[in-house]
Write a protein that binds this ligand. Sequence first.
Ligand code: HPA
Length: 296
Amino acid sequence: MIDRWLRRKSVATIIASWLEIRLAKRHTGRVQSDLQNAAKVLCVSTPLRPRLGIVLGSAFGQVTDEVADATEVGFADLPGCAVPGVDGHAGQFVIGRLGGADVLLQAGRLHYYEGHSMDQVTFPVRVMAAFGVEQVLLTNAAGGIAPDLAVGDFMRITDHINLMGVNPLRSQAAAGFVDMSATYSKSLGQALGQAAADCGIALKSGVFAAVSGPSYETPAEIRAFAKLGADAVAMSTMPEAIVARQCGMEVGGLSCITNAAAGLGKSEISHEEVLDQSRQSGKLAARLLTRFCELA
Ligand code: HPA
């Protein structure tokens, strides 16, 4: 009797995993066709075919005001693309000219902490790749951990530590295991360094830890992250970096330090404080990105 029950249970398990694989395959097929259709929407919206893309984190959104001949395409008009639901994140692509270069800006990010799946969070980066973008600069607002980082500083990202507990390529291992030993491009890093020097900015550099949020960290976590080698902490960027590398894109990273990480500042951390500092740093961030586009 128990034997028969066990046998029946294992048949049910086999059927369940077969179904799971079929559904995953169907999902992958749908994502592929959504991607192609989303890229087509961009192609018919503008004659420009930028090689450079920039994902704008909270502190960097003001740069869209500097774009010439801008075409805006809302995420809602892209098949398969989710729409952000957080203050300070618009949810559109802006394609135009910045610093003399053709560029595609992603204004508004999809965050894992909003409940979006990793596929949804990284969909816009895949659309960029399908549209022909080859270099992508990922920007974010981050909490400063390293003692040399002050609020308002800009930090070139040299590497990351994934503490989100998930990987955006899960279920895609069949497509190959992606090497992450040189994720953040040296040449884009040099362009950032030159752009910062030209803007009179003392650019810092460091490693950021990616956390899932949406709660901020505890002081004990920040002490642990510091011991692990993290200089800053943010709730984004790592998923896009991994997917961009899978797509063969060259990746650069830039943080704006909007607050001292938990336990290191005088006050509690709030989203309002992060947005407030983002606004204060916005003009300088826009100048830095414009100069970067001239050099990249
Ligand atoms: N922690 C996590 N993410 C953040 C922070 C922080 O302190 N500041 C801005 N994004």
